[in-house]
Design a protein around this ligand. Structure first.
Ligand code: C2E
Ligand code: CA
Ligand code: CA
Length: 658
């Protein structure tokens, strides 16, 4: 009886699993399809085994019983043979080395040969009865050729084991342990059954193995984000990462909704998520209608990636064009009119990305990398553009620069209208790369902020500028302070103030000799920590300037809340001084800031006419702008040339630029 019990249990377990899998529709991906096929194959083989054992146990010997037992055993052997082949396919698919199964002929030859040999041996059994036979009194008797099945099982086993061990680096640990466990349990059961043919534990052990699989291995469906309906970001990176290891070529169609923030604001979070879900479905539809087998990933921030193992360029371009055209037009969504600003970019790996980190950099700084992102782009074409290459390789370039003295500081003099001489300077970073030459901070600072390298750059700037201050006699040169730019990311460093104060103390520099410029953008991020940092700096006697005023929201509230000593009016704001309305704005802004007790610096002064106009503000008001900076006076200069320049122009009165 015990014989039947094992198989009965196995049957029940398998039936429950198979039905659950079907109800949960776990057959959408290739791996799951193979798994489901394997589950049913196991079920059928256990059922046949069970039927045969049960009928034999009844002790009846009618011919229909004998025939059924014969058929049941054929079914058992045939499906059993398939389980091993399916298990092998499952391993190839789930480990994401499916392309190797196709590319390397030996895999296919190996599998087909084994299945064929087993099938032939099984077919011959009808003539020579050398695998098994059912005696006239309905007893099951094994023949010597049954060994063929054990040998082929062993060969399958070795093949799969080799594959698992060979790719263990890229297999998720849970998955690897389950696959190995499955392997051991099947081999173990086979051995038990080999030694004792009456113990039909094999089916049971397979059911157990499937149970472990169900419990431990994350189903691929779980990688689908219920909010967007697309596969998660991490899974996308994981798959791409594996493809570099296994040298699997992939195609990527990046689809980015550039104005996703606006659309979210407009629709609200709930409807926006529904829009993302609809977009995922639409992308699948476009891929399917082009017969392009791919999966859709959501990479956050409005960026989708249609990733496929089909690298046929005409087909990929067609899908990309369809994506661009179908999403770019005005659309009605749940009663709202939505106009998406689309950017689509086609790329291939390993052609376009060297490794997963270059891919990751591209994804995280997509908008910055493709400077004019709107439209349909091909990574391969963009690569001919120097600026694009710089943006893509920026991390590497920055590393090179930081390690090999590629970075230096320049100083641009600041002119005082009242004192008619230079009273300060702004430190500006310069990067010179051995391949790409000079690279503007306007390009690399925002990218360094996105990647996090900015902190290292900030440390360099602080160190270099304080070294410079220590090396010169500021009083003799008539310089009051040097201004240092702080990026938004630096403003939220928790140890910013300690670091600055420690550096100044160590180099014996009076805090009044430095001034930190923070941009308007910085005052918008995590205000508490920015406030704390800025206040502490100010409390320590350090001057604070607000940079680029007039380019952002010009948040008056922030200007009044923060201890700001100086406001730097941006050149784009001042440039429009000739427009009558703008003149009023500038005049009143200056008046307002003056009344708050702020010093005002006008940036980017290139023409004498503008400088004069700014000086006139002084006449109109009680007090006007006091500081100016720009090419009219001097370009940013390397430190020695800067010192030379200041020495030669220490008394400006005679020259009277203004
Ligand atoms: P910013 O702080 O607004 O710096 C002023 C920029 O205007 C500098 O560009 C300067 O060279 C340029 N400039 C000066 N006079 C004129 C003029 O008369 N006309 C015009 N058209 N431009 C003028 P630069 O050096 O390319 O720096 C660009 C931006 O990069 C800076 O803008 C600042 O935001 C950032 N940056 C530069 N150095 C640093 C640094 O050390 N740290 C950080 N965090 N950011 C920096
Ligand atoms: Ca600045
Ligand atoms: Ca500025």
């Amino acid at each position: 009886m015990a014989i039947v019990n094992f198989d009965e249990c196995a049957l029940v377990i398998m039936l429950v699993f198979n039905i659950t899998s079907m109800i949960r529709r776990e057959y959408r991906t290739r791996t799951n399809k193979i798994m489901l096929a394997m589950q049913w194959t196991i079920f059928i083989s256990i059922f046949a085994d069970f039927l045969s054992a049960h009928l034999i146990n009844t002790g009846h010997t009618e011919s229909w019983i004998r025939i059924t037992v014969w058929i049941a055993n054929y079914v058992y052997f045939f499906f059993h043979n398939l389980i091993l082949a399916l298990y092998m396919l499952y391993v190839f698919s789930s480990v994401d080395i499916w392309h190797l199964y196709h590319e390397q002929k030996k895999n296919r030859i190996f599998m087909v040969t084994l299945v064929a040999v087993n099938t032939i041996v099984l077919a011959l059994n009808g003539v020579v009865f050398n695998v098994f036979t059912i005696t006239n009194d309905v007893k099951y008797v094994r023949g010597p050729w049954i060994a063929v099945f054990y040998v082929s099982a062993a060969l399958f086993g070795i093949w799969v084991f080799r594959t698992l061990v060979g790719y263990r680096r890229i297999i998720n640990k849970d998955k690897l342990s389950v696959l190995l466990f499955l392997f051991i349990i099947i081999v173990g059961a086979l051995l038990i059954q080999l030694i004792n043919g009456d113990m039909l534990v094999e089916g049971f052990s397979m059911a157990l193995a499937v149970l472990f699989y169900m419990v431990l291995v994350k189903k691929e469906e779980e990688q689908v984000d219920p909010i967007t309906g697309a596969i998660r970001y991490t899974e996308g990176i994981d798959r791409a990462g594996k493809s570099f290891v296994t040298k699997k070529p992939l195609s990527y169609i990046f689809v980015k909704i550039l104005n996703h923030n606006n659309i979210r604001l407009y629709l609200g979070a709930g409807k926006f998520n529904a829009l993302l879900r609809a977009t995922t479905a639409h992308l699948y539809e476009i891929a399917n209608s082009n017969n392009f087998s791919a999966e859709v990933f959501y990479m956050e921030n409005g960026l989708f990636c249609v990733m496929g193992s089909d690298i046929d360029k005409t087909k990929v371009s067609k899908v990309a064009t369809d994506c661009y055209e179908q999403f770019s037009k005005e659309d009605r969504f749940e009663g709202f009119t939505v106009i998406a600003d689309m950017s689509v970019c086609v790329a291939y790996s390993p052609e376009d990305f060297d490794d997963v980190s270059t891919l990751l950099t591209f994804i995280t700084s997509y908008d910055q990398t493709i400077s004019d992102a709107r439209g349909l782009h091909f990574y391969g074409d963009l690569r001919h553009d120097k600026e694009f290459r710089i943006r893509v390789e920026l991390e590497e370039i920055l590393r090179r620069a930081l390690d090999h003295n590629g970075i230096s500081m320049y100083y641009q003099p600041i002119y005082s209208i009242m004192e008619k001489r230079y009273v300060a300077a702004e430190a500006l970073i310069r990067l010179r790369d051995k391949i790409y030459g000079n690279i503007s901070p306007a390009i690399f600072i925002p990218m360094a902020e996105a990647s996090g390298t900015i902190h290292e750059i900030g440390d360099y700037v602080l160190n270099e500028v304080t070294n410079f201050i220590s090396s010169i006699d500021m009083d003799e040169l008539g310089l009051k302070y040097i201004e240092i730019n702080l990026s938004s990311s630096q403003c939220i460093e928790l140890d910013l103030v300690d670091k600055i104060m420690e550096t100044l103390e160590r180099k014996n520099i009076d805090p009044e000799r430095v001034s930190f410029e923070l941009t308007e953008a910085a005052t918008g991020v995590n205000p508490e920590i920015v406030d704390i940092n800025i206040r502490k700096l100010h409390d320590n006697g350090i001057r604070i300037a607000l940079d680029d005023y007039g380019t952002g929201y010009s948040n008056i509230k922030r200007v009044t809340q923060l201890p700001i000593d100086e406001v730097k009016l941006d050149r784009t704001f001042i440039d429009m001084i000739d427009e009558p309305d703008m003149w009023i704005v500038i005049r009143d802004t200056v008046a307002m800031l003056k009344e708050m007790g702020k010093e005002i610096l006008v940036e980017g002064v290139e023409e004498k006419k503008l400088a004069e106009k700014i000086s006139e503000l002084d006449a109109d008001l009680v007090q006007g702008c006091e500081l100016m900076q720009g090419y009219l006076f001097c370009q940013p200069l390397p430190k020695d040339e800067f010192v030379e320049f200041i020495k030669n122009n220490s008394n400006y009165e005679g020259m009277d630029i203004v």
